[in-house]
Design a binder for this molecule. Structure first.
Ligand SMILES: Nc1ncnc2c1ncn2[C@@H]1O[C@H](COP(=O)(O)OP(=O)(O)OP(=O)(O)O)[C@@H](O)[C@H]1O
Ligand SMILES: [Mg+2]
Length: 287
């Protein structure tokens, strides 16, 4: 693993820059629906904004095809961690590898980032928002739409292809943002609080939907959330972070297979016990 002391690849920007940087070679339709999953290694990571220490001595490992949930209190450095992994920021210290690559621009090319807000482009239709990455890789509008179209059916969005974001519900917007992330075709998905802005019922529905989407295809993903239940339900393993500066204070294996219906999964004895352990770790971290 090499040191990551190089200059930042770019200032953090919406998903477009990260999802769309890779040229994709001569075939614009290559690797559009989830590249083969890659591992992520974070070693001795430290970051600060001026005097503000945000991440300290962080070690994380995500295997190819694994979903790692990351929970921690608000402001502890979760979004910053994703920006560092995705090559949008250069860490003050430490090393990060994504799919075997350590340089920021190489990590940028290997990660697809779904930011905390959906950041759909209001002047584009739903399908053109979803198909932004293939378009930016050189596909014609018709080609890009052809790639996105079948996913609208699968993601419960059929019939809304031509709607503008302002005509869609919050849950639909989040699904399109996720679809756009998926269509970037990168080995690693970085998902930052994908459902934070939704009401509890829609959020539970979206969690079930994402569990199915993650189970249907193999993806390496880092899923940031402050919701322990969401992290345990959607992930293979959950890393619990301390308040800022974020340190790893516990790692828990998620108890139930994601394929279970949500209510059955989250009410099982194993799930409840693991949730208690995660909450206890969070509470200990605050002291
Ligand atoms: N560009 C920046 N410049 C200066 N400080 C920043 C910057 N981005 C984040 N911070 C600070 O770093 C800390 C961590 O922020 P970050 O967004 O990573 O937290 P978070 O864990 O994602 O929080 P939340 O759960 O509320 O989304 C916060 O104190 C924030 O004020
Ligand atoms: Mg955040």
């Amino acid at each position: 693993m090499r040191s990551t002391s190089e200059a930042p690849a770019t200032e953090p920007q919406p998903v477009l820059s990260l999802a769309d940087r890779e040229a994709g070679g001569s075939d614009p339709t290559a690797r559009l629906e989830g590249g083969s999953p890659g591992a992520v290694e974070v070693h001795d990571l430290g970051h600060s904004f001026g005097e503000l220490g945000v991440i300290e001595l962080l070690e994380l490992s995500v295997s190819a095809g694994e979903v790692l949930g990351v929970v921690g209190p608000s402001g502890c450095g979760k979004s910053t961690l994703l920006e560092l992994v995705g090559g949008l920021r250069a860490p003050v210290r430490g090393a990060i590898e994504v799919d075997g690559a350590g340089a920021a621009n190489e990590r940028l090319a290997r990660c697809s980032y779904m930011p905390q807000r959906d950041l759909l482009l209001p002047w584009l239709t739903a399908i053109d928002n979803a198909a932004l990455a293939p378009r930016n890789r050189g596909a014609t509008r018709a080609e890009a739409r052809r790639l996105a179209h079948p996913l609208f059916e699968r993601f419960g969005l059929a019939g809304f292809e031509r709607s503008r974001p302002s005509e869609l519900s919050g849950g639909m917007r989040q699904r399109i943002a996720f679809l756009r992330t998926l269509l970037a075709g990168k080995p690693v998905l970085l998902l930052d609080e994908p459902f934070a802005s939704l009401d509890a019922i829609t959020r539970a529905e979206m969690q079930e939907w994402l569990a199915e989407a993650l189970a249907a295809e193999s993806h390496t993903a880092i899923l940031v959330t402050h919701d322990v239940e969401e992290a345990l339900y959607l992930s293979d393993r959950v890393a619990v972070l301390s308040p800022r500066p974020a340190r790893l204070i516990a790692e828990l294996r998620a108890p139930s297979p994601r394929a279970l219906p949500r209510l059955d999964a989250v009410t099982s004895a194993g799930f409840t016990a693991t949730r208690e352990r995660a909450l206890a770790a969070l509470a200990r971290g605050r002291r």
